[in-house]
Design a protein around this ligand. Sequence first.
Ligand SMILES: [Zn+2]
Length: 437
Amino acid sequence: MADVPPARPPKQDLYCVLDNMVGLYYDTDMEKHKSTDDDHQENPERTRAIWNKLKAEGILKRKSCVLIKGKQATDEHLSFVHTREHMSFIDNPKKRSQRYKNCIMEQVYFNAGSSLAARLAAGGAVEVARQVVDKEINSGFAIVRPPGHHAEPDGCKGFCLYNNIAVAASFLLEERAHCVQRILIVDWDIHHGNGTQRKFYNDNRVLYFSIHRYGDFYPYTEDGSLDKIGDGNGTGFNINVPWDRAKRSNADYLAVMDHVLLPVARVFKPDIVLVSAGFDAAKDDPIGDCVVTAEGFADMLKKLRELAGGKVVLVLEGGYGPDYLADCVLACVEVLTQAKESKTSHGCPHGETYDLIKLVRETLSPHWPVLKAPVLAWEADEEQLDKAAEAATRIFRRLDDLITEFAKLMKEFRLLGESLVESLKAGSKPGSGGSSV
Ligand SMILES: [Zn+2]
């Protein structure tokens, strides 16, 4: 079995908050980070649409919601993840212009507001996580941009400047070690979170789970393959579930959660769950080309709330259709506030999803024995298929028999007819002894 870090002292398990308070972090200064290209997909309209939606739905006035103001990440907190050179590069416009060509290649842009926005994004993730573990709120959503999960310790990448969720997780491990020893990071953004994986690849205190498109898809590396399971102490603590094609649905995502993530997470017993909440797997997203709905994301989050006593922090990553992005975030906030109970049927996963689940389970089962157990629903489906195949074979055999029998009867009938004709011919000859009445 994977070498899971020791459990917290028992007194820490007595976590109890009377009210279900949800923190929502947002700051309009993050909108100052803006490309000169008006059509750029990572733009201020994304978070603006989310905030306006939450306002229009009356979420911000709910007693259970706490609005958390902007807070910039400190040098100390950023340095838990990033090199000093990287931080200096983000802060210093002169250095940025020197490396601007490289930034274009890495799909990153900068303007005068970028440094502040990046610190507010990382600081927001830290602040919401801090408030949860300090029991000021139960759960929260850091509505931040620029996103973070592609940012590497020493470089920007894929619209990301600082790795917001990695900074928050590192802050908890460094400064809240008395109550946080195990963190689950669930990355359901359609892209692989290469930066987060790299930061915690050797660390058994962080179980990193990513479900993403793979192959001819950003970031176009092999880091997101299913055999990248961690290294050293972290072996078995990095789980990649790579889709090799588009159009993955709610049913596909939920099947992976049920048969891969949740069995492992229940053994791991995280003290807190952090979600790299990208919504570019959503239907109509201009980048992801998948068909997950707001209800699908909500149901995934409901499953995660069963872990860590419901201590869940979502940190916004991708999602590039502002209107539906806002719907998805609203659905998740409704789950955190437990305001709506709904049951949605999500249909059946694709056949390839079960093949992938089987492969991931086989790869990880040496480290997580719980994954050696058979997947009941899956076997039941196979049994049904076998039974249906047997029934079809029986029907075809019977049809075959009937056709043979019918041909035989037809042959006999023809012979009978021929013999009757012969008899009639013979009986009609003159003087043959025929009689008449
Ligand atoms: Zn993404």
